[in-house]
Ligand binder design. Sequence first.
Ligand SMILES: C[S@@+](CC[C@H](N)C(=O)[O-])C[C@H]1O[C@@H](n2cnc3c(N)ncnc32)[C@H](O)[C@@H]1O
Length: 241
Amino acid sequence: MENVQTLKSEKYKKYFCVPYLMGPNGVRLLDEMLDAFPMKYTEDNSILDLGCGSGLTSLYLAYETGAKVFAADLWISEEDNRKRIEEWGMQDRIIPMQCDANDLQFDKQAFDAVVSVDSYHYFGGKEGYFIEKILPLLKKGGTALICVPGIKNKYTGRSEAYLGPWLGDEASLFRSADEWKQIIGKNRDIVSVKTWELFGFYIPWQEWFDTLHGYALKDKQFFDSVIRPFSCFVGIMVTKI
Ligand SMILES: C[S@@+](CC[C@H](N)C(=O)[O-])C[C@H]1O[C@@H](n2cnc3c(N)ncnc32)[C@H](O)[C@@H]1O
């Protein structure tokens, strides 16, 4: 992620501001994830962007994979996201919806891929959630590609102690790559679960700080003391048979 000029995400740079960014730049994180696990689709394929926020990751997914994207989020209204999607002229390719990841109403095997950036830790951290709620939504051969902020493997089990000063009660949501592998779990329909620590770190954070959002300024105060030494971004890739 060091040579930013060559990244696909550079094309979306004018959106690296409020209200599009809601945390460390998810489009940069997606770049690294899709580089490692490319998704080449057509409009006959569907991706669920779960916890899409203001829809920027959905825009990136629609353009960069070619698929139709269902942009689902809890905190951001369907109307707000529809307005943005229409401004982008992408209403035929991105379908906004406000819903809770704990109560998804999609048909079984509706999606070729489920993607989630910087949101899965809010709802997916309980063992059994993936197998019960996400796996059935994937077609056979489908992929789940998830990126969450987490704690480095070497500090596994110490989230409250190390991240508590920054995150308070939310520290427990930040798990290590090793823990996420366990949390996703095993099932006869899963071919493989890969979890890892992403290389990308400084640029997604710096671009969030550059928005000057109140939460970004608060995060920045903890960057040197907590975020940089103890946290990372965790990638999760699951393939279904
Ligand atoms: C930090 S934002 C990330 C947004 C976007 N993916 C990105 O990278 O810019 C976290 C998102 O998770 C969503 N979220 C949290 N809990 C959720 C739930 N139970 N169901 C659906 N979305 C949820 C919120 O609505 C919020 O927009």
